[in-house]
Write a protein that binds this ligand. Structure first.
Ligand SMILES: Cc1ncc(COP(=O)(O)O)c(C=O)c1O
Length: 382
């Protein structure tokens, strides 16, 4: 079996992630923060430890500003709905995932004005000048995807952050496809809100997300409840991270995220990235010579993450996905990837594309077998 769907979720997980989660459930599985016995304390310690690792990983100025959520979608909703009110203006791109598109559509019906910036048709990058021009006195938030989950184009978030700070507008980044793969420094990047899931580039399990909340923003809460602290009050605590973490945390999942980050640090983020890029370049090289195969990717290789899309003339993307799975045991994702506007921008709406996203555990041999498989599918109709 060849797994090339790491943009959806990473697979397999590093061995230490499996082991840490197994050990956690057997040895530390109390309710974190909701009890003072040793099992509850061990669970809380694990969460605190992961929070510290995440904070260091993104250079958060204070550990408490790292909030654990259910997933990146949850984190993005918290930022958008927590900050925007009727009459406000927001700037975003046409490359966003439905995790941003749909909450924004709802907020739009409630009176939030939205500017959606198109990427350049040549480079796939949203222009910094366009962003600056779109800012109005009503602009309350800028939210941008870091890496496109369709063609892997890396957007210049540091430059967007500088513009946002210059105009004193809060800046949120959807780092679903970049966290773990690329260095992200929330302080240097002027990022006020950073959202990602544990289960992609940081090798954790599904069911855990992160929202970094900077000191310049104070989103309204979307959920209130037990925090294990300040229990005497019937009001949600103001203190971070409790303000945003109601109910029993997914401690085993958070433990897995901590182990995933440990794996990245011990393996070396650059070693992981360089292996993934070597595989991707091999794939691009192999596929770009095939008749009938169209690639969707960054023109500037420095702006290419380890995600590309392709289509084969004469086939629907869904058909290719099924053939790759059933005839070759190769797992890819076909369709719109929850990102319809991005497909409109690259001309692949409504059928979408076949997405190929290698990860650290793939090998050159697997890439060669995938190229061969796509070549044989293409040959039958081209
Ligand atoms: C760019 C982007 N943003 C947000 C998400 C949502 O992540 P999750 O489904 O883990 O909430 C994804 C998931 O694929 C994504 O690729």
């Amino acid at each position: 079996m060849i797994y090339l769907d790491n943009a959806a979720t990473s697979w397999p997980r590093p061995e230490n992630v499996y082991q840490a989660m197994d050990r956690f459930l057997r040895e530390k599985g109390g309710n974190p923060g909701h009890g003072s016995h040793s099992l509850a304390a061990a669970a809380k310690e694990t969460i605190d430890d992961t929070r510290m690792r995440v904070a260091r990983f993104i250079n958060a100025p204070e550990v408490e500003r790292v909030v654990f959520t259910m997933n990146c979608t949850h984190s993005l909703n918290m930022g958008l709905k927590g900050l925007l009110r009727p009459g406000d203006h927001l700037i975003t791109s046409r490359l966003e995932h439905n995790a941003v598109v749909r909450p924004l559509r709802k907020l739009e019906t409630q009176g939030v004005a939205i500017t959606r910036l198109a990427p350049s048709p040549e480079t796939g990058v949203v222009s910094v000048a366009d962003l600056e021009q779109a800012i109005t006195p009503q602009t309350r938030l800028i939210t941008m995807i870091h890496v496109s989950n369709v063609n892997g184009v890396i957007q210049p978030i540091e430059e967007y952050g500088a513009i946002a700070r210059k105009h004193n507008v809060p800046f949120m980044v959807d780092a679903a496809q970049s966290a773990g793969h690329y260095p992200i420094d929330v302080q240097a990047g002027n990022i006020d809100l950073l959202a990602f899931s544990a289960h992609k580039g940081t090798y954790g399990p599904p069911g855990v997300g992160v929202l970094y909340i900077g000191e310049k923003v104070n989103p309204e809460t979307m959920c209130e409840g037990g925090t294990g602290v300040f229990s005497e009050s019937d009001e949600q605590p103001e203190a971070l991270p409790y303000r945003y973490e109601s109910g029993t945390q997914n401690a085993v999942g958070i433990c897995g995220l901590g182990a995933g980050i440990e794996f990245i640090l011990t393996t070396g983020r650059e070693n992981i990235a360089s292996h993934e890029h070597a595989l991707l370049n091999r794939m691009i090289e192999g596929l770009s010579h095939l008749r009938g195969v169209v690639l969707y990717r960054a023109v500037d290789t420095d702006r290419q993450a380890a995600v590309i899309s392709c289509n084969i003339n004469g086939y629907e993307p869904g058909e290719v996905g099924v053939i790759l799975d059933q005839a070759f045991d190769i797992k890819v994702r076909a369709g719109l990837h929850c990102t319809p506007e991005a497909h409109r921008c690259i001309g692949t709406f409504p059928k979408g594309t076949v997405r190929l996203s290698p990860g650290y555990f793939n090998t050159e041999e697997e890439i060669d077998l995938t190229i061969k498989a796509i070549s044989s599918i293409a040959k039958s109709k081209n």
